[in-house]
Design a protein around this ligand. Sequence first.
Ligand code: SIN
Length: 292
Amino acid sequence: MTFAAADIVQDFEIRPFDAALGAEVVGLDLNQPLSSADFQRIHRAHLDHHVVVFRDQRITPAQQVAFSRRFGPLQIHVLHQFQLANHPEILIVSNVVENGKPIGLGDAGHFWHSDLSYKEKPSLGSLLHAIELPAQGGDTLFANMHTAWETLPPALQRKVEGLRAEHTYLARYAELQQRSPWRPNLTPEQIAQVKPVVHPVVRTHPETGRKALFVSEHFTTRIIGLPDDESRTLLDELFAHSVKPEHVYRHQWREHDLVFWDNRSLLHLAGGTPDDLRRVMYRTTIEGDTPF
Ligand code: SIN
């Protein structure tokens, strides 16, 4: 009997972290064709653990794009200046400046956020591949928005369930622009791509049915229908609760890690890299559903 390459099941382990979320996948090689049985295991782990860390993945950008596409269509970031050459689906996240020009977006993740929550269809998940890591720093933090919702005091749960909030890419753009070289002036076409959108404050995960808080300090500007001061106070309370240490996993990167997180379940934050150390990462972003 002969097997097609994509039918071969690989011998790999999924090891949950002793943390608020996350699991590592050890022994899987994404250079090999992925069988549907292996894909199903990974898909399940992603839903269960929200962050899946594939160790030691020596894959090309094209392989990262192809693997990401198995989960859905890919989204192209509005900052096309930082696309990888010949791979518009890859956003370069990097603090490296070459010949006076940043090669990537150096302050991506400076504030807690869920990727592309400012779109009508925010991201399902993102994959970040470590290309060059600093000797120190460069961690990424993830906060579990399901446990954030579940541990919200019942009176606050009643207050926010059913509310809707505005998200906009431009919310803190000018602030970021003032202190970093990575934020170009946007063209009218780019601004037209990131019009404010409104999403529920509490969303339901479309695949697991679990509820999650869905507001962030980066992109959420106001709660619809509340006076400005009340909206600000409520958002600040939700932001502070969301990222309490008990909801957070801090990822310390290893060479060739590929990290796949669920933007429907999490917020994330870049922990920061010392200015004199180089960090280069490639990100793909998968389109998700309209939140409900
Ligand atoms: C991001 O927010 O997508 C980047 C996170 C990181 O660079 O650690």
